[in-house]
Design a protein around this ligand. Sequence first.
Ligand code: 2M8
Length: 444
Amino acid sequence: MSLPLPLAARAAYILRDNSNGVITKAAPALYPHQWSWDAAFNAIGLATVDLPRARVELDSLFAGQWRNGMVPHIVFDPAEDGYWPGPAEWQCARFSEDATSCPPTSGICNPPVHAIAVDKILAAAAAAGGRELEATTGWAARLYPRLLAWHRFLARDRVDRSTGLITLFHGWESGTDNSPRWDVPYANVTVGADLPLYVRRDTAHVSDAGQRPTDEDYDRYLWLAVEARRAGYDAGLLRECGSFAVGDVLFTAIFAAAGDLLAKLARVLRRADDAVELRDYAAQARTAVFCHVDKASGLAADVDLRTGAWLRTQTIAGFAPLIAGGVPGSLRQRLISQLAGPRWAGHPSLRWPLPPSTSPDSPEFKPDCYWRGPAWPVVTWLLCWALGRDGEASVASRFRSAALDQLADGTFAEYYHPMTGAPLGSHHQSWTTAVALDWLLSAQ
Ligand code: 2M8
């Protein structure tokens, strides 16, 4: 393994290289815009080396927030046009009165990790003290109403009444795009004959197109974007007429964890009523996640809201209760032993003892294909963060140390082959550098 400081210096250099000064591209060529949950992780990494830049990252993202509170999954950099589908496909400002036109954005959202990032930035500022602490405290107070509007949007427009889970109208909203989690609901999406012709750009930026979703997947991805546009990006209409609607346990768990931290900020800002409201959202979300733990497997299951069926897949999202926090002790121990056990991070054929995105024992496992098997450092970080929060320091530190071994080649790949350890997807992926910086430089 390399020495920590050279690795941190390299990570910081790449993260800066991916920035245009105000937004960090998710990846230099594959994703040349600002993604919502990537921006939050990137801000966590930036906070270890450059607090002002960390604050700017979130300010730039929230500049794209919609009037209804939604934080869109992409804020486009108008100077870049190397990604498809871009602003011309989404046309949000034309089809929704809620959308901003400047900056242009997509019309769907991503998991709400932002309040976790704000909490980490505040902790870094507290450690720095002095002017940075003052500047960061003032900044958090200014950003707070936008974070509150974001959580209110999710509670109002996206909580599914029957399951309590957050509803997604596109697999891209989950961030785990082609995960086996969504195979069944996607199989029920019938692509319209009027799907526009398109040329994919993503496959040109990876060494093997097999690392990316299939063309059939992409037809469905684009079709759901077309449906969303035709519905004016309105959650009520999509709930009635859209062909894809799922209750996502991982998104819901992140909403719970972030909601607790936002409630903490509300209390610091003496917004007692807001704090109660945010704690309620978090508590309800957490209950919904716990209610969807499958008794036989012990893993949480997403729900296909079109049919009511539980989606019992062996993916990393099954560990959502660990992210949500407040898991009853016996369930927590069961989940941790599974996570570290032979179906997951302890699988005998793995290069490093890290949880893959899909269990190698699952029939859907594909070790080199995107969210169907590879190990994602950003997901490892989220699990480590949640385990550390809940006092599970030793398992968190084992994952952190294995993840740093994984990153020691300096490619900072988007994802890694769990058996060979080969870097896959984009190299110099921003959020991979960001989590490395947090692991190497912030107090764990
Ligand atoms: C991937 O998703 C985008 C679509 O949003 C894509 O494949 O084009 C996902 O891994 C997602 O979680 C991530 O936020 C995004 C940018 O890193 O890339």
